[in-house]
Design a protein around this ligand. Structure first.
Ligand code: SF4
Length: 134
């Protein structure tokens, strides 16, 4: 059985093969990006990877990865929907992940479409639980 890969390998894959990057240590795993994407599961999948929040308590978790990046239209709806700021256009990576996380968390109540209500939709709560092994 092959060993589960580190999030860094998926980060590198996303950076090299897709128009987006995901800094997995601040991705919550609620799949808001996949819900918001007009092509949803045609483009996205979730993969098991070793990941932790800022290096603490590393575990295998399911996180989004683009399986068919060639279908992406670069509309960035997924980026808008990402509650933590982990998902970004490739030319604007999260250079300061902690600040990105704090900024995006504070912004959440004031977002129109992809706000707290969107994040706490039952489907996202269920995905969060499943993807974080709860
Ligand atoms: S940029 Fe648009 S088409 Fe591409 S993955 Fe995100 S939501 Fe989907």
């Amino acid at each position: 059985m092959s060993e589960t890969k580190s999030w860094k390998e998926y980060y590198d894959y996303m950076e090299q093969k897709t128009p987006l990057t995901i800094y997995y240590p601040i991705c919550g795993g609620g799949e808001e990006c996949i819900t918001a994407c007009p092509y949803g599961e045609k483009i996205w999948d979730v993969e098991p990877m070793k990941v932790s929040l800022f290096g603490f308590n590393q575990k295998v978790r399911l996180r989004p990865v683009m399986k068919n990046p060639e279908l992406c239209k670069e509309c960035y709806l997924c980026v808008e929907a990402c509650p933590t700021g982990a998902l970004r256009p490739k030319d604007k990576p999260a250079n300061h992940p902690l600040l990105t996380l704090v900024y995006n968390t504070l912004k959440l109540p004031f977002k129109r479409r992809y706000n707290i209500k969107f994040v706490f939709r039952p489907e996202h709560v269920e995905k969060f639980r499943r993807n974080n092994g709860r």
